[in-house]
Design a binder for this molecule. Sequence first.
Ligand SMILES: *Cc1c(COP(=O)(O)O)cnc(C)c1O
Length: 360
Amino acid sequence: MTRQEVFNFSAGPSVMPESALLSAQKDLLSYGSTGVSVMEMSHRTPMFEEIFNGTKQKLRDILGIPDNYEILLIQGGATLQFASIPMNLIEDGFADYAITGNFSKRAANEARKYGEVRLACDTTETGHDRIPTQSELKISEGAKYFYYCSNNTAFGTEWNYVPETKSPIVCDMSSDILSRPVDVSKYGLIYAGAQKNMAPAGLTVVIIDKALAGKHLPITPEVMEYDTLIRTDSLLNTPPCWCIYMLGLVLDWVKTQGGVEGMEVLKREKSKKVYDLLDNSKFYIPHALASARSDMNITFRTPSEELDAEFVKDAAAKGLINLKGHKVAGGIRASLYNAMPMEGVDRLVSFMKEFEAKHV
Ligand SMILES: *Cc1c(COP(=O)(O)O)cnc(C)c1O
């Protein structure tokens, strides 16, 4: 199949804006008039410095990141942050963790190696189909931070509010960053693996209130110390240069779409088409409660596992690929990240209607 015939619903790495891929293709052998590819540049050269600073500035502008926050562009994925966060912030105290999906659960398990974790909530019992309300959260007095994951990629739920806490908020925004405006000043630290909504895999973005850095545990590896990463401007060691360049191109595209405000309007319109179908169907079974639905990852089932598998296979034959659910959640998952075109959503909705008609 050609790129024009395929719509990629992968949860990550996922679809990229075509304009970013085309710019990268144009620059692949020679970046501007430099005669070298970005892949071949030293991260210590003025050429790369320009790309690096440009990407940071674009992100700062698009998300409205205040000056007292530093942007780190580093390696290790979101998963490394599961350890970096407690190592840098928990000191000899404890932290509150809201468990609403598998990634927040893994983050809490990792944090237990370095300090005390208190559960603000845990939705395991209902299969992570909901997000607790503010009054359901157990907020500790004296916690070093409050941790949550704003969008649960595997189970398809999303927080539609920022919790009120008594400690700095740390948030994993891997799968919904850049899909909506965020008041960064409400957070102590925001982080995201780039491969969902930002760039190719290999880059992690950390946005940190500089006042929180400098309290890491003595065992913290140097490459994970936030104060060291701030001091060296993420250049303690080699950063993921190519991904940083790609993030710059994706941010240019987001800007042409009206920034994060534009992305929010678009994502609502896209997810509504699928949720309206699910709500009017006697065949499909949505996973998330209506109050907690994610606009990024839509999770649902058919009446049987056999039909789920048939759905995924038939869809792929029509160019609608990667609709299989996450291994811990099962079922079907359609990821509608920023770069998924409306045409992909319309094609998915038509296919879902046809498939339902064939089986009821
Ligand atoms: C994908 C994902 C992760 C894991 O990211 P890696 O970069 O693979 O470590 C963590 N949290 C969320 C919410 C994710 O979607």
